[in-house]
Design a protein around this ligand. Structure first.
Ligand code: PLP
Length: 369
């Protein structure tokens, strides 16, 4: 049998379901990447991104590539061989940051926490005190492997009091929960388009303040990635419009529309929608007798890791959910592999009726209804 694209409800850890208007914008006739119309869209996009990141940073752009390209952009531009960086690790994406930073030749000082918990600011403080000369502290705001919401305020303050830059992975937080770049003085922050922003995977919004850009512009060594070098790319997004690589034009149109929809709804309303639907899902899952993985008080509304009953074949059930109900959720990673689902209520996917549909399907499948 030939398998064709189906109308899926995407309630996994990404990509999330995309608003029809975003898909429509992506089919806008193609123009050149230096076309005055396209440059106008790019300027608008930068302003939209500044609003969503809650920043006035000049360097606020969409890098070509998925969220991981955003991670790599921040690391390759800020880190030089021998630099020390503290990375908080309590899930897959903290681990990925460590891998990327090590490939830059940096000395990574990991601060581990149990999966399902948030990084303890006191541990960051202790580690900074015992390692002089740390260049940056990095954490994941929304750990998509566990569903943990990492508080940022204390770590931002501690990093700065030791003269370190503060780096935040906002791939699953941007557009779902507040990412207050200027208020928290986050020096470098990156995201992706396919989670709460509600566009397809393919672009990575990145913002850096002056302190971080000073480091980028005054490096001793060249950025080892030609493609991700912000010294060159900022000349394309800036007044000079210097050709670097051909912008993924249709993706930019899509992101522009996705951000327009978010700003039209209003950031506060968007956050409230995510919070309410996430809470509704948590309540319903717990009412079914299922256990949420993330520690209470640290649960993300847009990503929920939930343990399944031990008797259940997780992979088989997930496939049934897809085949019979057209709903995609994610499987567990690491210690949760084969034991849990990761349910995303991101962007356009975050609706009360989607929660109701999923819960009804789960009740049917688990034979508990
Ligand atoms: C999804 C994700 C990434 C990677 O994004 P891709 O679009 O898959 O490259 C990085 N960090 C976090 C926290 C994520 O959830």
């Amino acid at each position: 049998m030939r398998i064709t694209a189906q109308n899926r409800l995407l309630l996994g850890p990404g990509p999330s379901t995309v608003h029809p208007e975003v898909l429509k914008a992506m089919s806008t006739p193609l123009v050149g990447h230096l076309d005055p119309y396209f440059l106008q869209v790019m300027n608008q996009l930068q302003n939209q991104l500044r609003q969503v990141f809650q920043t006035e940073n000049q360097l606020t752009i969409a890098m070509s590539g998925t969220g991981s390209a955003g991670m790599e952009t921040v690391m390759v531009n800020l880190l030089e061989p021998g630099d020390k960086i503290i990375i908080g690790i309590c899930g897959v994406f903290g681990e990925r940051m460590k891998d990327v930073a090590e490939r830059c030749g940096a000395e990574v000082i990991p601060v581990y926490e149990e999966w399902g918990r948030a990084i303890d600011p006191e541990q960051i403080e202790k580690t900074l005190s015992s390692h002089p000369g740390v260049k940056a502290v990095a954490v994941v705001h929304a750990e998509t492997s566990t569903g943990v919401w990492q508080p940022l305020e204390d770590i931002a303050r501690i990093a700065h009091s030791h003269g370190a830059l503060f780096i935040v992975d906002a791939v699953t937080s941007l557009g779902g929960i507040p990412v207050e770049v200027d208020k928290l003085q986050i020096d470098a922050c990156y995201s992706g388009t396919q989670k709460c922003i509600g566009a397809p995977p393919g672009l990575a919004p990145v913002t850096m303040n002056k302190a971080a850009m000073d480091k980028v512009m005054h490096r001793k060594t060249k950025v080892q990635s030609w493609y991700l070098d912000l010294n060159m790319i900022s000349n394309y997004w800036g007044a000079d419009r210097f050709y670097h690589h051909t912008a993924p034009i249709s993706m930019i149109f899509g992101l522009h529309e996705a951000l327009r929809l978010i700003l039209e709804e209003g950031l506060e309303v968007t956050f409230r929608r995510h919070a309410e639907n996430g809470q509704f899902l948590h309540n319903e899952l717990e009412a079914m007798g299922l256990e949420l993985f993330a520690a209470k008080g640290y649960r993300l509304p847009e990503l929920t890791a939930v343990r399944l009953p031990e008797s259940v074949d997780e992979g088989k059930l997930r496939r049934q959910l897809l085949d019979e109900y057209g709903i995609e959720v994610g499987g567990g990673l690491g210690p949760l592999k084969g034991k849990a689902w990761r349910i995303g209520l991101m962007g356009y996917s975050s609706t009360r009726s989607n929660v109701t549909l999923l819960i009804q399907a789960m009740k049917d499948l688990l034979g508990r209804g």
